[in-house]
Ligand binder design. Structure first.
Ligand SMILES: Cc1cc2nc3c(=O)[nH]c(=O)nc-3n(C[C@H](O)[C@H](O)[C@H](O)COP(=O)(O)OP(=O)(O)OC[C@H]3O[C@@H](n4cnc5c(N)ncnc54)[C@H](O)[C@@H]3O)c2cc1C
Length: 458
């Protein structure tokens, strides 16, 4: 029997592991472990946790619809797997790789448990659109690319020549096994998680089931975007009041859609270059996370002691007095969403104008973003804080007022999220409110001094 663990791959087709399991002609036990480490501090109630559980519930429904069973267990992954290996005739453990610090340590423990039980381990790398390990080998470079544009040029060439297509096997083709009686008892879900999951399952059923073309269905989100908004994407992506981007990230990041499936559908459309470039940014950060040993610990290379978190709470609570910042933080807190341009503006404002260390903002986004992804979030924060590789230069600081004036001249976004300002004129509404927590000009000058010294002394 093969033990297959779902992680950031919450779907039932286009999984390299499924191709492998089919070829091995063995029954497979399919398990999704809800890991207390990742759900600690009631994270399942925050937008990022809710998104994960919604997709977990959807996955369970997809299994049911395919006549197969997904076993959802709770606990430390190494302990759960050890228990399953004791109660089932497991010969091989199979999963898709992840390269965050926590995932690396977790998978090391899984390998140790398997080795101790004499069980083989097979893993597949499927997170990126390109096979990033093979890409690096093909470039012949000893060092990874540090700058996006040359990476993008080479990556585009690689994709044209060596693209590995989406995998054809569907869950229905596998002989999925059942849990041995009593095996789940030690790892059953705590009541609050079980209740949250059944709430999400009920909502899916109410919308017509996981295969129904409901508004939240990932494939429908993708096909709707490609059919209607792709042609206007390049011009509209930064006009955040127009909602011109795909909003696909929360589905892609949990693997509800494979990025290869997304790419193959994109190839059927014209005017794809700008959007493809965004998918390349995703691969660029995954590539850095894999190959740059400092990616997850850049803050240790800098002396950040001149920074402080005095204004952090006001930023979180949308109380800065800078309308576009407070509008964006209100949208984030309310819905779990914030458009990319506003992520850049709010992150630069926190790290530069408010001189707050970037990990504070990074952690806040971790809970609040529905599409939270450890790697992409860190890449975004490093860039905005002008730290790390290919970051914005330290003197580049977006002015939130001029950004708001140029990307949303009528301030439709501010009017939507801060209705108390809705009656102000187009000219007034972008400006700092009386009592705002910083002077934009003075704080900009100070930030340039401070960040110049931080980057010099690394
Ligand atoms: C401070 C900061 C934090 C961020 N945190 C996250 C995060 O936790 N999770 C996350 O998915 N993205 C994050 N991003 C990147 C980006 O904001 C989102 O990917 C994007 O807004 C998602 O919206 P969309 O799906 O409509 O994207 P689209 O514009 O439709 O782009 C399509 C896809 O390309 C990828 N993509 C787009 N922009 C970027 C980018 N700048 N970097 C990397 N990949 C990109 C995403 O997979 C996205 O779904 C962050 C950016 C910043 C500046």
């Amino acid at each position: 029997m093969i033990l297959f663990l779902h992680r950031k791959d919450l779907r039932v087709n286009d999984l390299p592991a499924f191709d492998y399991i089919l070829a091995r002609r063995k029954p497979s036990l399919h398990v999704l472990i809800l890991d207390p480490h990742l759900l600690q501090q009631d994270r399942y109630l925050e937008h990022s946790g809710i998104n994960f559980l919604q997709h977990a519930a959807r996955l369970q429904e997809l299994y049911r619809a395919a006549g197969r069973q997904l076993h959802m267990l709770y606990g430390n992954p190494a302990e759960v797997v050890r228990g399953l290996m004791q109660s089932h005739p497991v010969e091989e453990l199979v999963f898709h790789e992840d390269h965050t610090p926590y995932a690396t340590q977790r998978d090391r423990q899984l390998r140790e448990v398997a080795q101790a039980a004499g069980v083989a381990v097979t893993s597949f790398d499927e997170l990126g659109l390109a096979d990033l390990r093979d890409f690096q080998r093909w470039t012949g470079r000893s060092e990874p690319y540090k700058v996006f544009t040359p990476f993008y040029r080479k990556w585009s060439e690689y994709l044209l020549r060596f693209y590995r297509p989406a995998s054809p096997v569907h869950l229905r083709e596998l002989a999925a096994a059942d849990l041995a009686p009593g095996a789940a008892a030690a790892h059953s879900l705590p009541p609050e998680l079980a209740a949250a999951l059944s709430g999400h399952a009920a909502a899916i059923a109410h919308a017509g089931g996981p295969g129904a073309a409901s508004a939240a269905d990932p494939l429908r989100v993708l096909s709707g975007f490609l059919a209607e908004r792709l042609p206007g994407y390049a011009a509209g992506r930064d006009r955040y009041a127009q909602d011109a981007t795909s909003r696909l990230s929360r589905h892609v990041n949990v693997g509800a859609l494979s990025v290869r499936g997304v790419y193959e559908m994109l190839l059927e459309h014209e005017q794809r270059e700008t959007w493809l470039r965004q998918l390349a940014w995703r691969d660029f950060y995954l590539y850095q996370a894999r190959l740059d040993p400092d990616f997850y610990c850049y803050e240790k290379r800098y002396d950040l002691s001149t920074l402080d978190q005095r204004h952090f709470q006001a930023w979180c609570e949308a109380r800065t007095g800078i309308p576009v910042i407070d509008a964006a933080m209100t949208e984030l807190n309310t819905t779990g969403w914030m458009p990319n341009r506003l992520r850049m503006i709010t992150a630069m404002f926190l790290t530069k104008n408010l001189l707050c260390p970037f990990p504070y903002g990074e952690q806040y986004f971790r809970c609040k973003l529905s599409d939270y992804d450890n790697t992409l979030n860190r890449g975004g924060w490093l860039w905005c804080a002008s730290l790390g590789f290919d970051a914005a230069p330290y003197f580049r600081i977006m002015n939130p007022v001029t950004q708001s004036e140029s990307h949303d001249p009528e301030a439709a976004y501010i009017r939507q999220w801060l209705p108390e300002l809705a009656n102000l004129s187009d000219k007034e509404i972008h400006k700092p409110r009386p009592g705002s927590i910083v002077d934009l000009k003075l704080s900009r000058a100070r930030a340039i001094e401070v960040y110049q010294s931080i980057s010099r002394n690394q």
